[in-house]
Design a protein around this ligand. Structure first.
Ligand SMILES: N[C@@H](CCC(=O)N[C@@H](CS)C(=O)NCC(=O)O)C(=O)O
Length: 207
Protein backbone atom coordinates (compact mmCIF):
# COMPACT_ATOMS: atom_id res chain seq x y z
CA UNK A 1 0.00 0.00 0.00
CA UNK A 2 1.43 3.44 -0.89
CA UNK A 3 2.03 6.08 1.76
CA UNK A 4 -0.88 8.55 1.61
CA UNK A 5 -1.17 12.09 2.91
CA UNK A 6 -4.40 14.05 2.44
CA UNK A 7 -4.15 17.84 2.72
CA UNK A 8 -7.28 19.93 3.23
CA UNK A 9 -8.72 22.57 5.54
CA UNK A 10 -9.67 21.57 9.08
CA UNK A 11 -13.32 20.95 8.22
CA UNK A 12 -15.47 18.55 6.24
CA UNK A 13 -15.87 20.25 2.81
CA UNK A 14 -14.57 18.37 -0.20
CA UNK A 15 -12.22 16.16 1.85
CA UNK A 16 -14.70 14.49 4.18
CA UNK A 17 -15.98 11.92 1.63
CA UNK A 18 -12.32 11.07 0.84
CA UNK A 19 -11.55 10.63 4.55
CA UNK A 20 -14.65 8.43 4.93
CA UNK A 21 -13.72 6.35 1.84
CA UNK A 22 -10.21 5.83 3.24
CA UNK A 23 -11.50 4.94 6.71
CA UNK A 24 -14.18 2.49 5.60
CA UNK A 25 -11.61 0.86 3.30
CA UNK A 26 -9.21 0.50 6.23
CA UNK A 27 -6.46 2.40 4.38
CA UNK A 28 -3.98 4.22 6.62
CA UNK A 29 -3.34 7.89 5.72
CA UNK A 30 -2.05 11.11 7.22
CA UNK A 31 -4.95 13.53 7.68
CA UNK A 32 -3.09 16.82 7.14
CA UNK A 33 -5.51 19.55 8.29
CA UNK A 34 -4.58 23.08 7.32
CA UNK A 35 -5.30 26.41 8.97
CA UNK A 36 -5.63 29.17 6.40
CA UNK A 37 -2.16 30.74 6.98
CA UNK A 38 -0.47 27.36 6.41
CA UNK A 39 -2.62 26.78 3.30
CA UNK A 40 -1.64 30.22 1.93
CA UNK A 41 2.04 29.63 2.65
CA UNK A 42 2.05 26.16 1.10
CA UNK A 43 0.11 27.38 -1.93
CA UNK A 44 2.58 30.24 -2.43
CA UNK A 45 5.42 27.69 -2.30
CA UNK A 46 3.76 25.67 -5.09
CA UNK A 47 2.83 22.72 -2.89
CA UNK A 48 -0.61 22.32 -4.51
CA UNK A 49 -0.51 21.53 -8.25
CA UNK A 50 -3.66 23.55 -9.06
CA UNK A 51 -3.41 25.92 -6.08
CA UNK A 52 -6.40 24.25 -4.46
CA UNK A 53 -7.12 21.44 -2.02
CA UNK A 54 -7.80 18.58 -1.46
CA UNK A 55 -4.46 17.19 -2.54
CA UNK A 56 -3.53 13.55 -2.02
CA UNK A 57 0.16 12.72 -1.87
CA UNK A 58 0.75 9.18 -3.09
CA UNK A 59 4.29 8.18 -2.13
CA UNK A 60 5.12 11.89 -2.41
CA UNK A 61 3.37 12.46 -5.76
CA UNK A 62 0.86 15.31 -5.35
CA UNK A 63 -2.52 14.69 -6.97
CA UNK A 64 -5.42 17.17 -7.26
CA UNK A 65 -9.15 16.77 -8.01
CA UNK A 66 -11.63 15.35 -5.52
CA UNK A 67 -13.47 12.96 -7.84
CA UNK A 68 -10.24 11.43 -9.21
CA UNK A 69 -8.93 10.95 -5.67
CA UNK A 70 -12.21 9.29 -4.64
CA UNK A 71 -12.09 6.85 -7.56
CA UNK A 72 -8.45 6.00 -6.74
CA UNK A 73 -9.25 5.37 -3.08
CA UNK A 74 -12.22 3.18 -4.04
CA UNK A 75 -9.96 1.14 -6.34
CA UNK A 76 -7.02 0.63 -3.99
CA UNK A 77 -9.41 -0.11 -1.14
CA UNK A 78 -10.76 -3.00 -3.19
CA UNK A 79 -14.27 -2.01 -2.13
CA UNK A 80 -17.52 -1.77 -4.08
CA UNK A 81 -17.42 2.03 -3.65
CA UNK A 82 -16.76 2.45 -7.40
CA UNK A 83 -18.70 0.11 -9.69
CA UNK A 84 -17.04 -2.06 -12.33
CA UNK A 85 -20.24 -2.10 -14.42
CA UNK A 86 -19.86 0.69 -17.06
CA UNK A 87 -23.42 2.01 -16.77
CA UNK A 88 -23.34 2.03 -12.96
CA UNK A 89 -19.95 3.83 -13.15
CA UNK A 90 -21.48 6.37 -15.54
CA UNK A 91 -24.26 7.14 -13.04
CA UNK A 92 -21.72 7.51 -10.24
CA UNK A 93 -19.41 9.76 -12.30
CA UNK A 94 -22.27 11.94 -13.52
CA UNK A 95 -23.60 12.38 -9.98
CA UNK A 96 -20.06 13.15 -8.71
CA UNK A 97 -19.45 15.79 -11.37
CA UNK A 98 -22.87 17.35 -10.78
CA UNK A 99 -22.11 17.68 -7.06
CA UNK A 100 -18.39 18.57 -7.19
CA UNK A 101 -18.58 20.83 -10.19
CA UNK A 102 -22.08 22.27 -10.78
CA UNK A 103 -23.38 22.47 -7.19
CA UNK A 104 -20.13 23.21 -5.33
CA UNK A 105 -19.11 25.78 -7.95
CA UNK A 106 -22.46 27.55 -7.62
CA UNK A 107 -22.27 27.49 -3.82
CA UNK A 108 -18.75 28.92 -3.56
CA UNK A 109 -19.49 32.70 -3.92
CA UNK A 110 -22.06 32.62 -1.09
CA UNK A 111 -19.52 30.95 1.23
CA UNK A 112 -17.31 34.05 0.97
CA UNK A 113 -20.13 36.66 1.14
CA UNK A 114 -19.95 38.63 4.40
CA UNK A 115 -23.15 40.69 4.09
CA UNK A 116 -25.87 38.51 5.74
CA UNK A 117 -28.71 39.85 3.55
CA UNK A 118 -26.73 39.37 0.34
CA UNK A 119 -25.77 35.87 1.51
CA UNK A 120 -29.44 34.93 2.07
CA UNK A 121 -30.37 36.30 -1.37
CA UNK A 122 -27.55 34.27 -2.97
CA UNK A 123 -28.69 31.13 -1.14
CA UNK A 124 -32.30 31.63 -2.34
CA UNK A 125 -31.01 31.92 -5.92
CA UNK A 126 -28.85 28.85 -5.41
CA UNK A 127 -31.79 26.80 -4.08
CA UNK A 128 -34.08 27.83 -6.95
CA UNK A 129 -31.41 27.47 -9.65
CA UNK A 130 -28.35 25.17 -9.62
CA UNK A 131 -29.42 23.22 -6.52
CA UNK A 132 -32.87 22.51 -7.97
CA UNK A 133 -31.29 21.38 -11.26
CA UNK A 134 -28.70 19.12 -9.59
CA UNK A 135 -31.04 17.60 -6.99
CA UNK A 136 -33.82 17.23 -9.59
CA UNK A 137 -31.37 15.38 -11.83
CA UNK A 138 -30.09 13.16 -8.98
CA UNK A 139 -33.70 12.44 -7.99
CA UNK A 140 -34.29 11.13 -11.53
CA UNK A 141 -31.11 8.98 -11.40
CA UNK A 142 -32.23 7.52 -8.05
CA UNK A 143 -35.68 6.80 -9.47
CA UNK A 144 -34.04 5.04 -12.42
CA UNK A 145 -31.67 2.97 -10.23
CA UNK A 146 -34.38 2.13 -7.70
CA UNK A 147 -32.18 3.47 -4.86
CA UNK A 148 -31.45 3.77 -2.09
CA UNK A 149 -28.11 4.79 -3.64
CA UNK A 150 -27.25 6.50 -6.94
CA UNK A 151 -26.31 3.25 -8.68
CA UNK A 152 -28.86 1.08 -6.85
CA UNK A 153 -28.37 -1.11 -3.81
CA UNK A 154 -24.62 -0.55 -3.40
CA UNK A 155 -23.18 2.58 -1.75
CA UNK A 156 -20.65 4.40 -3.96
CA UNK A 157 -18.30 7.36 -3.69
CA UNK A 158 -21.07 9.52 -5.23
CA UNK A 159 -23.30 8.62 -2.27
CA UNK A 160 -20.55 9.66 0.17
CA UNK A 161 -20.48 13.11 -1.45
CA UNK A 162 -24.28 13.38 -1.76
CA UNK A 163 -24.89 12.27 1.84
CA UNK A 164 -22.33 14.81 3.11
CA UNK A 165 -24.10 17.54 1.12
CA UNK A 166 -27.57 16.57 2.41
CA UNK A 167 -26.33 16.40 6.02
CA UNK A 168 -24.63 19.78 5.70
CA UNK A 169 -27.83 21.40 4.36
CA UNK A 170 -29.91 19.80 7.12
CA UNK A 171 -27.44 20.89 9.82
CA UNK A 172 -28.39 24.55 9.32
CA UNK A 173 -24.73 25.61 9.11
CA UNK A 174 -25.37 27.09 5.64
CA UNK A 175 -27.43 30.24 6.36
CA UNK A 176 -30.62 30.32 4.30
CA UNK A 177 -30.62 26.57 3.60
CA UNK A 178 -32.28 23.86 5.67
CA UNK A 179 -33.98 20.48 5.44
CA UNK A 180 -36.99 22.26 3.92
CA UNK A 181 -35.01 22.82 0.74
CA UNK A 182 -34.75 19.03 0.41
CA UNK A 183 -38.49 18.36 0.69
CA UNK A 184 -39.00 18.21 -3.11
CA UNK A 185 -36.23 15.57 -3.37
CA UNK A 186 -37.20 12.64 -1.12
CA UNK A 187 -34.89 10.13 -2.83
CA UNK A 188 -31.93 12.52 -2.58
CA UNK A 189 -32.72 13.12 1.09
CA UNK A 190 -33.05 9.38 1.79
CA UNK A 191 -29.48 8.77 0.57
CA UNK A 192 -28.29 10.33 3.86
CA UNK A 193 -30.29 7.78 5.93
CA UNK A 194 -29.03 4.87 3.81
CA UNK A 195 -25.46 6.19 4.24
CA UNK A 196 -25.83 6.59 8.02
CA UNK A 197 -27.26 3.06 8.23
CA UNK A 198 -24.36 1.46 6.33
CA UNK A 199 -22.55 -0.74 8.89
CA UNK A 200 -19.12 0.60 7.80
CA UNK A 201 -20.32 4.16 8.44
CA UNK A 202 -22.02 3.17 11.70
CA UNK A 203 -18.67 1.71 12.82
CA UNK A 204 -17.08 5.16 12.36
CA UNK A 205 -19.64 6.66 14.76
CA UNK A 206 -21.10 9.04 12.09
CA UNK A 207 -24.39 10.79 12.87
N1 LIG B 1 -11.97 20.88 -8.87
C1 LIG B 1 -11.33 20.87 -7.58
C2 LIG B 1 -11.75 22.13 -6.83
C3 LIG B 1 -11.00 22.27 -5.52
C4 LIG B 1 -11.37 23.55 -4.78
O1 LIG B 1 -12.02 24.45 -5.31
N2 LIG B 1 -10.93 23.60 -3.51
C5 LIG B 1 -11.17 24.75 -2.69
C6 LIG B 1 -11.55 24.34 -1.29
S1 LIG B 1 -13.11 23.49 -1.24
C7 LIG B 1 -9.89 25.56 -2.56
O2 LIG B 1 -8.82 25.02 -2.45
N3 LIG B 1 -10.06 26.87 -2.53
C8 LIG B 1 -8.99 27.76 -2.27
C9 LIG B 1 -8.57 28.52 -3.47
O3 LIG B 1 -8.79 28.02 -4.61
O4 LIG B 1 -8.01 29.58 -3.28
C10 LIG B 1 -11.74 19.59 -6.82
O5 LIG B 1 -12.83 19.03 -7.11
O6 LIG B 1 -10.98 19.12 -5.98
Amino acid sequence: MPTLRLSYFDGPGRAEPIRIALRISGIPFEDHRLKFPEFAQLRASGAFPLGSVPVLEVDGLRIAQTASILRYVARIGNTTLYPTDPLAALLVDSALDSLNDTLSGAMLPSLFERDPQKKLAMRAELAAGPMARVFGYLESLLEHSGGPFVAGATMSIADLVLAAQVLQIRSGTLDGLSGENLAPYPRVSAVAEAYLADPRVVALGKK
